[in-house]
Design a protein around this ligand. Structure first.
Ligand SMILES: Cc1cc2nc3c(=O)[nH]c(=O)nc-3n(C[C@H](O)[C@H](O)[C@H](O)COP(=O)(O)O)c2cc1C
Length: 404
């Protein structure tokens, strides 16, 4: 359980803060809401008090013996300000302490995540952009706003991301630290493949694998939060699209190949997290394969090779494009996990290979992971055991200095 301060400023999206509060408390966190006086024009203090189980005040003159304006910030593990209005960003950038929320921001030692929401004109105004740059330079995370319908009939950048997306990114900041959400992939185009392909045997059966898509989802989520334009080619993943990410659903290895090759040409980075089947049934029965009366009579399934999408990406890649592969390896009589992975890196010719040791079967579907990132230049970076978001952040950290 972490102690989270949820700052709420006076924008119409303040109503979404109640749902965000709910998502954070349901994830097991202790959340203290600190609204601005403006926020209480939109949502009543009683809502935040009832949902958080804590009293709500907006100024520094309540509970004076508690010295709330210092203590709330000092004891927090994370501060999330959602929505962050143009006014709140300006006051935070100026270092003001004219209400409890801005005072809290000045005393917080922990990661601070601002989630802006305002009309497009306010967001794009040089004054707001300067304030965002100032806050980022000082180490705060300022997420890019979502693009979509605003308060009225108009739409554009400035919308608050959905509460479950903000909650997921708050979790990234808690487990991977604020560096995971730096805006250092702005202007970059990223393609991530995720999930596991399914190769049909007949209309109801398929050959599949145990990839859940969670690691690919984390890579896409973190890249989008860092400002990249992200397309996620998803093979059979039953998860909601991460905030700001375009999802292209596919089923088989052939479909995945077509989608990835169509998306790759103008990408700066292609990350192949998906578990693509090496083999598929040579023929797909038009009708369901039936049991015969004789129990000894069972169908023989002949397999044929699927295309090697990673190797093809490497051959066709544009100048300066980085191709990152993933390898789920087990050790055997021919070598340990790293030996197999080094051989795979050399064989495929990709720039980086993220290696998961799946010997114990402890990776698929779990929220956590550990990895080694091997580079074509021979270096190996250990990624310690942590959340899949933390592993994703570490992978982007290795990719960044290699981008042209
Ligand atoms: C109906 C209404 C909706 C508003 N929505 C926003 C908004 O989405 N974003 C924003 O930056 N300001 C918005 N404002 C303006 C802010 O409320 C105003 O700048 C206020 O000073 C913000 O104070 P605070 O950030 O301290 O809460 C809105 C005002 C009104 C009356």
């Amino acid at each position: 359980m972490s102690r989270i301060v949820l700052g709420v400023a006076g924008g119409v999206a303040a109503y979404k803060a109640a749902l965000l509060l709910r998502a954070l408390t349901e994830a097991g966190h202790d959340v203290r809401v600190v609204p601005t006086p403006g926020a209480l024009h939109f949502v009543g203090a009683a809502t935040f008090e009832a949902l958080s189980g804590h009293p709500v005040t907006t100024d520094v003159w309540s509970d004076v013996p508690e010295v709330a304006h210092v203590r709330i910030g000092q004891t927090a593990d994370l501060v999330v300000v959602a929505p962050a209005t143009a006014d709140l960003l300006a006051r935070a950038a100026a270092g003001r302490a004219d209400d409890l929320l801005t005072a809290t921001l000045l005393t917080a030692h922990c990661p601070v995540v601002f989630v802006p929401a305002m009309h497009t004109e306010m967001w794009l105004h040089p004054a707001t952009q300067d304030n965002v740059a100032t806050l980022r330079r000082r180490g705060s995370v300022v997420l890019p706003p979502a693009v979509g319908r605003l308060t009225g009939p108009d739409s554009g950048p400035g919308r608050l991301p959905e509460p479950h997306d903000v909650a997921a990114l708050a979790q990234v900041a808690l487990t991977a630290g604020p560096d995971a959400l730096r805006a250092d992939l702005a202007g970059r185009r990223v393609v991530v493949s995720a999930g596991g392909t399914r190769e049909p045997l007949d209309p109801v059966r398929y050959l599949g694998n145990r990839s859940s898509g969670k690691q690919g989802w984390a890579l896409a989520r973190v890249a989008a939060a860092r400002g990249a334009d992200v397309t996620l080619v998803a093979a059979n993943v039953d998860l909601p699209a991460p905030f700001g990410v375009r999802v292209v659903p596919v089923g088989t290895a052939e479909e995945l190949r077509a989608a990835v090759l169509a998306e790759a040409p103008d990408a700066d980075v292609v990350v192949m997290t998906a578990a693509v089947a090496d083999f598929r049934p040579a023929t797909v029965a038009a009708a369901k394969l039936k049991k015969k009366d004789d129990p000894a009579e069972v169908p023989e399934v002949r397999l044929v090779r699927n295309p090697d999408v990673l190797a093809e990406l490497v051959t066709k890649r544009a100048a300066g494009q980085l191709v990152v592969g993933f390898a789920a390896e087990t050790g055997d009589a021919d070598g340990d996990v790293l030996a197999h992975a080094r051989a795979k890196l050399a064989r495929k010719g990709c720039d980086l290979l993220v290696v998961n040791d799946v010997s114990g079967g402890g990776v698929f579907g779990r929220p956590d992971n550990a990895a080694v990132v091997l580079a074509a230049d021979g270096s190996a970076t250990q990624v310690p055991h942590g959340s899949k978001d933390a592993v994703a952040a570490a992978v982007w950290q290795t990719v960044l200095p290699r981008l042209a």
